[in-house]
Design a protein around this ligand. Structure first.
Ligand SMILES: Cc1cc2nc3c(=O)[nH]c(=O)nc-3n(C[C@H](O)[C@H](O)[C@H](O)COP(=O)(O)OP(=O)(O)OC[C@H]3O[C@@H](n4cnc5c(N)ncnc54)[C@H](O)[C@@H]3O)c2cc1C
Length: 426
């Protein structure tokens, strides 16, 4: 989670109204929770500009938008199409004069996800005596317990074992570490990010997605490992710096991620986040001045101070896998790089699916969250989605329950009174 770029942008023209509806609802859920609980996590609603640098990419996006608009006209309340002829705003106003077109989504926010989750954990520890958090305790294996008449699962850890009737994996890219059969369905993918300070003038009013195929003259010497995937690109967010927050000065922090095409196999199959992919980060360092007007004017103003990698969980069909895989074995995994706008409500919903097995449970609002059909685990989906054979994921650094953030914590909130049956260590 601390590796996440902090961009929460619902996909409003993805072509599936069920997904767009869930993501809008999820955005408001997070926003209201932050407001109601007074959580200081730099939540900043700001427009998200997706800038397209080839005519083809722009045309493809407009086609999708037109189709989505037919199914869900209300999305146009949030979206603005900005073509080279547009005046207010123009592409220059958006800071991307070289783009062939852009779509501005006003339902988007940037935040510091770690601050949000740290506060949720603090509240749980203070307010819920039954909340039990085992840090630095990766689960080493999960197995069904044969001797028990009612199906149970045994979770082995270095600090002892647990027997549980229901277990939910919120392990995203690492899922196949515990469930090798999932290696065909969810793959770990390594993503790179850099962050740095801009100069005083480098204040952006929007976040950015930068989409192009990198075929122009300026890219002719680029040593890339893969072709860009359609729609692939870089993404850029701005955080208020502490100084700026205190009104003491202006030095915003920019975070930029992407460039996966610069690493072998676009990062697919890599589950080690202790390594930085230098070619990707070098590309990212140069990327801003190529496309962003304000940076191009003063390229030396942007100083990179941090770089890191993190592991994403990509599913074969691009959608998360939510629901019961086998009796009592549940998943909410595979957000495919888009967890901020989905994970909270997916986790709340799957938690209520589990609690619905317990007599007396009645939380109508949560039970009515409509997950998109294509997110649900079904036998048909299991059969028709398989990556070619590949190794299982490994936990590179210490996989810790503490680090299992979005899904895990929203799950834990919903499962406030969960009872764990501990089995003595063998
Ligand atoms: C560099 C980077 C930038 C990103 N930027 C964005 C962004 O701007 N916007 C956006 O929407 N999404 C972004 N994402 C994707 C987003 O972070 C994920 O979709 C989101 O984190 C998914 O949440 P999760 O809780 O399901 O999984 P994760 O955050 O991946 O958490 C899974 C956790 O499970 C733990 N775990 C795994 N196995 C075990 C085990 N055996 N025992 C105990 N614990 C275990 C791991 O330690 C890990 O911390 C980014 C991802 C990366 C890597």
């Amino acid at each position: 989670m601390h590796q996440n770029g902090g961009h929460c942008q619902p996909a409003l023209y993805c072509g599936d109204p069920e997904i767009s509806r869930l993501e809008i609802q999820n955005y408001h859920y997070i926003s209201q929770m932050i407001q109601n609980c007074g959580i200081d996590c730099d939540w900043q609603p700001r427009g998200a500009v997706t800038a397209f640098f080839t005519d083809d990419d722009f045309a493809r996006a407009i086609e999708k938008l037109e189709k989505s608009k037919d199914d869900m006209p209300e999305i146009m309340g949030y979206l603005r199409v900005v073509s080279p002829q547009s005046k207010s705003p123009s592409l220059r106003d958006l800071g991307v004069p070289k783009a062939k077109g852009a779509i501005l989504n006003t339902l988007a926010a940037s935040l510091w996800p770690y601050k949000l989750i740290a506060r949720v954990v603090e509240d749980l520890i203070e307010q819920r005596p039954e909340f039990n958090l085992q840090t630095n305790t990766p689960v080493q294996s999960i197995e069904p317990v044969a001797e028990s008449s009612a199906r149970s699962w045994r979770l082995r850890t270095s600090r002892g074992n647990c027997m549980v009737k229901h277990v939910l994996l919120a392990t995203n890219g690492y899922t196949s570490h515990l469930l090798p059969s999932m290696k065909h369905i969810i793959r770990p993918v390594r993503g790179n990010m850099i962050a740095g300070h801009g100069g005083a003038e480098l204040l952006l009013h929007n976040s950015y997605g930068l989409v192009d195929e990198l075929t122009g003259e300026e890219y002719k010497d680029l040593q890339r490992t893969n072709r860009r995937l359609v729609g692939d690109g870089e993404y850029l967010m701005q955080r208020p710096s502490e100084h700026q927050m205190n009104g003491m000065g202006k030095s915003p922090i920019l975070t930029l991620g992407g460039a996966r095409f610069m690493i072998p196999n676009s990062g697919y199959g890599l589950s080690d986040d202790s390594v930085i992919d230098q070619p990707a980060n070098e590309f990212l360092r140069g990327r801003l001045s190529q496309v962003l007007d304000v940076v191009a004017q003063a390229p030396n103003d942007f100083k990179v101070t941090h770089e890191w990698t993190g592991i994403l969980g990509y599913s074969k069909d691009g959608s998360p896998w939510i629901g019961e895989l086998q009796d009592g074995l549940w998943l909410c995994v595979g957000y495919s790089g888009h967890g901020m706008p989905q994970a909270a409500l997916c986790a709340v919903r799957v938690a209520t699916m589990i609690l619905e097995h317990f007599p007396g449970f009645s939380r109508k609002a949560e039970s009515q969250i409509q997950l998109p059909t294509r997110f649900l685990i079904t036998p048909e989906r299991l059969k028709s989605n398989r990556f070619p054979n590949l190794g299982t994921s490994r936990l590179s650094s210490q996989g810790v329950v503490w680090r299992s953030w979005q899904s895990g914590l929203f799950l834990l909130m919903a499962l406030g009174s969960w009872v764990w049956h501990h089995e003595s260590s063998r």
